[in-house]
Design a protein around this ligand. Structure first.
Ligand SMILES: Cc1cc2nc3c(=O)[nH]c(=O)nc-3n(C[C@H](O)[C@H](O)[C@H](O)COP(=O)(O)OP(=O)(O)OC[C@H]3O[C@@H](n4cnc5c(N)ncnc54)[C@H](O)[C@@H]3O)c2cc1C
Length: 445
């Protein structure tokens, strides 16, 4: 059946690479086997390889085909649900360290870009968590103050500051995360894949892991081969349930994104936004918007979907596209003549405490994981590579203890599904009230 909306199965950013690597076949060995070839797996492999470790990646499709090649490209230090919640949940000292980790992840990722000479259209304008209605402003001002007190690099932008930066008018005030910005996710992750291949990392693509034998030498089984290693790193993020290990550690949520047609110079000057800052709305279920270096506007999020049983919710979903088209019209009234050209999306891995899970198996000291970035993993998954490598090679890392003992598993079904439905409905209602107020105000002017 012909689809009404132009939809990409993976994303606008990546295609199957020309040097697609052959699948695992027969018996192979490595010092470390990494399951999953996204930013986590590739950056872990690069760090280990540099330390002289023989490392192999087992990837079910191609490296970069997961969230790392699908995301919105905000290089952001956002961590946890929000900063006041982090403070309440973890206390001042841990909150400070978490924000230090998140800011450090941006520095780490930009360091990686420099080290591997990666041109990924990076614009270091930061990201703004923006109000779309006066109702949201006081909360943002308070959160900016808390974040500043905890040592994060943020500034509160009131209406005058927003206009000085020529941010589109729908966004009335915001917290400016000064570190980070926006990038081309496909160029970024595929450059890491190239660097890993160049460094001699063995990559097996089209090789879904079917099961693991845990023990002194973990063995990863694929359809046509098996790989034995001294250590295993699970880097399967939102796909973790489906991988057969660590079930219920993350809840996969489908997030939808879109890109507009290319804006003309005249449309661009109507829009403003010369600093190309990334924008997240201050909704309970955030909206995200950014410009690309090649002149399109990319946006999405807001509506997330899960399935009963923790599987991956389908991608093509017309009610979501329709609601998000309305969202685009609400936020960009200055662009009535610009249309959305393409839709795609991917799955984020949500954890119960909104923090990544990075650690080592309680019974098997040679099995590790770095998963669950809650939709904010571009910088943090890159950073996890160094943390995983330090863990395996026995180097101290000030951040490794930070994520070990935190958080519970999701409860058994149908509790998780019912709970996630109730929570998204509750948050969606709060957001709908804000959106209605915005529309009312727009019609009365
Ligand atoms: C739509 C969307 C928008 C996002 N926007 C942003 C953003 O703007 N900023 C931000 O910071 N973060 C964003 N994120 C989150 C960010 O993309 C992720 O946190 C990050 O890419 C995680 O990297 P990863 O390597 O851990 O996971 P992935 O990139 O998902 O890699 C996991 C890999 O494991 C492979 N795999 C899974 N199961 C198996 C198996 N059984 N055997 C072998 N291989 C397997 C998969 O094929 C995949 O390649 C977004 C995510 C999505 C989906």
């Amino acid at each position: 059946m012909q689809q009404k909306y132009a939809f990409k199965d993976i994303s606008i950013w990546v295609n199957k690479p020309e040097d697609f690597q052959p699948p695992l076949s027969g018996d192979a060995t490595a010092d470390v086997v990494i399951v999953g070839g996204g930013l986590t797996g590739l950056s872990t492999a690069l760090e280990l390889k540099e330390r002289g470790v023989d490392v192999a990646i087992i990837e079910k499709n191609f490296c970069g085909s997961g969230a790392s090649g699908r995301n919105a490209g905000h290089l952001t230090p956002t961590i946890g649900k929000d900063i006041p919640t982090i403070l309440t949940m973890f206390g001042r000292e841990r909150a400070q360290r978490l924000l230090h980790f998140a800011d450090g992840s941006i520095e780490h990722a930009t360091g990686i870009m420099e080290k591997y000479n990666i041109d990924c259209d990076y614009v270091a304008g930061g990201n703004i968590i923006a109000a779309v209605h006066a109702k949201q402003e006081a909360g943002l001002e308070k959160a900016a103050k808390i974040a500043g007190d905890l040592g994060a690099h943020v500034a509160y932008l009131d209406a005058d500051h927003m206009r000085q930066k020529a941010i589109p008018k729908a966004f009335t005030a915001g917290i400016w995360e000064q570190l980070g910005g926006v990038l081309h996710p496909g160029k970024y992750v595929m450059a890491l894949r190239d660097a890993a291949l160049k460094a001699g990392v063995k990559i097996y693509e089209n090789s879904p892991m079917l099961r693991v034998d845990e023990g002194a030498q973990p063995v990863v089984h694929c359809a046509q081969g098996r790989l034995t290693a001294a250590h295993l790193v699970q880097a399967t993020n939102a796909y973790t349930n489906a991988s057969g290990r660590m079930k219920r550690a993350v809840l996969p949520l489908r997030v939808t994104l879109f890109e507009t047609e290319k804006l003309t110079d005249e449309q661009m000057s109507r829009l403003g936004w010369p600093g190309m800052e990334g924008i997240y709305s201050a909704h309970e279920m955030l909206e995200n918007f950014r410009l690309t270096k090649y002149g399109t506007l990319q946006g999405g999020s807001k509506i997330v979907r899960s399935t009963l049983g923790g599987g991956l919710a389908e991608g093509y979903h017309e009610p979501t596209f329709k609601a998000m088209t309305q969202m685009f019209r609400d936020r960009f009234p200055e662009l009535p003549d610009v249309n959305i050209a393409t839709w795609w999306g991917g799955w984020i891995g949500l954890t119960t405490n909104f923090l990544p899970k990075m650690g080592t198996h309680k019974k098997h000291a040679n099995i590790h994981h770095a998963i669950g970035y809650n939709g904010h993993g571009v910088a943090q998954a890159t950073h996890s590579g160094q943390m995983m490598a330090d863990r395996i090679t026995g180097r101290d890392n000030q951040f490794n203890a930070l994520f070990e003992e935190l958080g519970f598993l999701w409860p058994p079904e149908p509790l998780t599904w019912l709970g996630s439905k109730a929570l998204t409905a509750y948050m969606g209602n709060i957001d709908a009230r804000v959106d209605k107020a915005v529309r009312r105000a727009a019609h009365s002017t």
